[in-house]
Ligand binder design. Structure first.
Ligand code: ZN
Length: 678
């Protein structure tokens, strides 16, 4: 599972206590390096890399290479024509014979960057096919300037044949219009461009996998996770993704680098973990994958860690087949200590909330979370990346062995740094003092809020006997997220946090409250289209909390709604009263959950969490639009380069390129292992 931030403008930016680099460096480092369409491309730093041992650095380097080798797999999964189109676009960029001072060239580069960024011709978030801003005639002329050797011509055919295949897909909006169809009234499998199923209907696919389910198996493999389902001579068969199967050439490259990584593993357990992953890539056997996952989640002592494989199923309309992804990282020791401090105090937090004692856990075990520094992103984690990960996904493994939860701190830090000075806080905060608080403490309290939410919030509380976990039905997710958020908010302003060294001052906590209210009541609406309700559980929860506190605090004006120069602002007049309101709502939300009070959940969510104030919404969208911010963002990777002496690696250097086009062209050259025509 992944926690992703959809919008860049998290509205927060601040100094982080565990900061990465010297002040001089910080000023020079360009966080945002490119901007096109609705996209902003940023960079992240890798603080602490130079402090790793040579062995660890080598491990990061080898795993990073393995992370890049799967790039083509994701392109191929995201659409049947993606590789052919990308390689053609790469060829045009490399050709160097086209007049670049024309609007067509500018539109071409925008389209090309969109394709690179989305790992295919569909928007990474909206799933719609990109519309080229240049004509087919211009495109055909551009292709004609290319050395045919630069183009992915199908063996034995011509450039014309290539164009005949890709042009309709690129230019006809009616052909393969969506990456993933979620319209349940149609055949979602046949209407999705993803290539997990070929010639198979939704009903056939569903029936195929229903037949595989064995309810008596205590350790059921994730059937279908790593295969293409194909109809061959009227029979439905699975084609495995493995070293000598589908995507074989890329998988074999991944194995080569994993094999080198295995030789510099930090310990025997980690070596076995890597070797088991290699065994799985070789066999395609999902029981090997589960064995690998169990070893992986049990490895909590290694500093360097990674994800590499077919992991998340968000891109399959049926949620069965996994997209390829990779993340390489190492432990952020200081920040992990912060999460551990919270977990170690889990019982204190449980005992001291305003929740009815009947609904409290007598013995609460916090979830221990690890904070990591990302060193490399690949596949479906690049360039758009999660900020938190909780794996593995298999339910039986989670139940029997637990899971590993990580926060990607240098990524959130980069988001915050890149958002600095973009005018968002200045536009929406009530006062320059609020802006200052957010700049100074925003990122710190954001991370702390996440830790409290994940490590103790979700883990707290207990259900009354006989109450099922599904009692709240469609309101479950919103209530559950509200519970975890309120737990975090209530304790953010507790003096205990300062005592534990988790917060420098109560000022920092105030920044957290300002952000929560402003975002929950107002600025998060930027993601909602005019006239629409709030659907997503986290967003519903945030509005629920802010609106409830606004209403309940109205008599004493705990939160003041004010107008200046035709603009609306929200001002918190009394922080300790607001804290008490958070505590009171936590008490009520925990009661609803513990008693399984469906009607109570419904009333709370529907009254405060769903509907949007149309006037406020209209104002927000107008003000937000004026800021001209990119709603989506992603990251370029740092580059690791081995330093060699007499054939031995003596060091690994890290550099941070700024040229997105350069990185994409290099990846296209160095990590292109799949034929577009397989
Ligand atoms: Zn949560």
């Amino acid at each position: 599972m992944k926690l992703r931030t959809v919008s860049l403008t998290i509205a927060l930016s601040a100094m982080l206590i565990a900061s990465c680099s010297s002040p001089e460096q910080k000023q020079e480092f360009r966080w945002t390096v490119d901007r096109f369409a609705d996209i902003k491309v940023m960079r992240y730093q890798v603080p602490g890399f130079t402090d790793l041992s040579l062995r660890q650095k080598k491990l990061v380097y080898f795993l990073s290479q393995a992370a890049l080798c799967g790039r083509d797999i994701l392109f191929a999964q995201n659409g049947a024509y993606n590789l052919a189109i990308r390689k053609t676009l790469d060829g045009i960029v490399a050709s160097g014979k086209i007049d670049q001072a024309t609007p067509e060239w500018a539109a071409f580069m925008t389209y090309t960057k969109q394709v690179w960024f989305a790992n295919g011709i569909y928007h990474h978030y909206g799933n719609d096919k990109f519309v080229p801003g240049f004509s087919e005639t211009w495109f055909r002329a551009a292709v004609a300037t290319c050395d045919p050797g630069l183009l992915p011509v199908r063996p034995g055919t011509s450039v014309d044949a290539l164009l005949a295949e890709i042009c309709p897909v690129m230019f006809d909006p009616a052909i393969l219009p969506k990456k993933i169809s979620q319209d349940v009234s149609t055949d979602m499998v046949q209407n999705s461009a993803v290539t997990f199923y070929r010639g198979v209907t939704e009903n056939e696919a569903t029936a195929f996998y229903a037949g595989k389910k064995d309810r008596t198996d205590p350790a059921p493999p994730s059937y279908g996770l790593n295969t293409t389902l194909v109809k061959e001579n009227g029979r439905i068969v699975e084609k495995e993704w493995k070293a000598d199967g589908v995507y074989g050439p890329a998988i074999r490259e991944i194995i080569t680098w994993l094999t080198r990584a295995s030789t510099v593993a930090e310990n025997d357990h980690q070596r076995r973990t890597i070797d088991t992953l290699i065994a799985y890539y070789t066999s395609g056997d999902l029981r090997d994958f589960d064995a690998y996952n169990i070893l992986w989640l049990q490895d909590t002592s290694s500093s360097v860690d990674f994800v590499n494989g077919f992991i998340e199923t968000y891109n399959d309309p049926l949620g069965i087949k996994a997209s390829w992804e990779s993340i390489v990282n190492f432990k952020d020791v200081a920040a992990t200590r912060r999460a551990e401090t919270i977990t170690a105090n889990a019982q204190w937090f449980e005992d001291n909330s305003l929740v009815d004692p009947r609904f409290k856990k007598k013995e609460v075990r916090g979830v221990s979370a690890k904070v990591i520094t990302v060193a490399q992103l690949g596949g479906d984690c690049y360039p758009t990346t999660p900020i938190g990960i909780n794996l593995p996904n298999a339910d039986w493994i989670r139940a029997a062995h637990g899971s590993k939860s990580v926060t990607l701190e240098n990524i959130t830090y980069a988001y915050d740094q890149a958002a600095r000075g973009d005018g968002f806080n200045e536009e929406f905060c009530n006062s320059p003092e609020d802006v200052r608080l957010l700049e100074q403490y925003g990122s710190l309290v954001d991370n702390l809020h996440t830790d409290l939410h994940e490590c103790v919030g979700h883990a707290s509380g207990q259900l009354m006997p006989g109450v099922g976990v599904d009692a709240l039905k469609n309101y479950h997710a919103t209530i559950e997220e509200a519970r975890a958020d309120l737990f975090a908010l209530y304790y953010l302003m507790d003096p205990r946090l300062v005592e534990l060294g988790l917060l420098p001052s109560q000022d920092a906590a105030r920044a957290g409250y300002i952000e929560q209210i402003l975002n929950g009541i107002f600025t998060q609406l930027k993601r909602i289209e005019p006239g629409k309700n709030i659907e997503e559980a986290h967003m519903r929860n945030r509005q629920l909390i802010a609106r409830w506190c606004f209403e309940k605090g109205k008599a004493e004006t705990v939160i003041a709604q004010e107008q200046r120069d035709g603009k609306t602002y929200f001002r918190i007049t009394d922080f300790s009263r607001l804290r008490a309101l958070f505590g009171a709502l936590l008490k009520e939300v925990q009661r609803i959950k513990s008693e399984g009070d469906y009607e109570g959940a419904k009333a709370l969510v529907e009254t405060y969490g769903v509907k949007v104030d149309p006037v406020l919404h209209h104002e927000l969208l107008a003000r937000y639009k004026k800021l001209n911010l990119a709603p989506y963002g992603g990251f370029m990777n740092p580059v690791f380069t081995p330093v060699e002496q007499n054939g031995e690696i003596t060091d690994i250097r890290v550099t941070f390129p700024e040229d997105f086009v350069g990185q994409m062209m290099e990846y296209g050259k160095k990590y292109s292992f799949l034929s577009p025509w397989d």
